[in-house]
Ligand binder design. Structure first.
Ligand SMILES: [Zn+2]
Length: 194
């Protein structure tokens, strides 16, 4: 499973995590799923009514119902999933894997992005990791974005994230593998763009 994140959605995810940093953010993903089973995340919209705590985030059900109904009337975009952050500070680092509660909340055919936000130890340019996640630093924060979905046996799986914009952003372009993956992602991206 591959997931493409637009520049807009990329910044929205980071900003949402920073805004409530050390508490968890929650929001929805708008976009579409193309015929070859690739998710395109066009927008990430944070829920202002989410009940944020250090270790969990709960959405407000009435607001959520209202939003779902409203989103059904959008002509070009659909709700493809949601996102939330895991945070950590000091020695307690946020972990990326979905918690058991996260997995319980997952529905088939939906996409879930988890943003792990931590205090930055040192600068690192944005790059794809071998496990399909995307990570890098901005300002005082280190972020790692992972995308998850349920497989046919209802087990949570990690998808491979592509975000050509993020790789272009402050990339040092030192690793050839990153360049190769980034350029093939770019081609795909332009092909997918309507
Ligand atoms: Zn979680």
């Amino acid at each position: 499973m591959e997931v493409y994140i637009s520049a807009n959605a990329f910044w929205a995810l980071l900003i949402s995590a920073v805004e409530v940093y050390k508490r968890e953010c929650y929001g929805i993903l708008l976009g579409y799923r193309d015929s070859s089973n690739i998710y395109i995340v066009e927008h990430a919209i944070s829920y202002q009514t989410a009940n944020r705590r250090h270790t969990s985030v709960e959405r407000n059900n009435r607001a959520s119902k209202r939003m779902h109904k409203f989103l059904e009337s959008l002509p070009h975009l659909s709700l493809i999933g949601d996102f939330h952050s895991h945070t950590g500070w000091g020695d307690l680092k946020g972990v990326g894997a979905p918690s058991s509660a996260d997995v319980v909340d997952m529905a088939p055919d939906n996409l879930y992005i988890i943003i792990v936000a931590n205090d930055k130890r040192r600068n690192s340019s944005w790059s794809y990791n071998g496990d399909g996640t995307l990570s890098g630093t901005v300002d005082d924060y280190h972020f790692r974005l992972g995308a998850y979905y349920l497989d046919e046996f209802s087990r949570s799986r990690r998808a491979s994230i592509f975000c050509p914009y993020a790789i272009g952003f402050n990339a040092k372009e030192s690793q050839q593998t990153i360049l190769i993956r980034s350029s093939s992602a770019k081609q795909r991206w332009s092909r997918l763009k309507p």
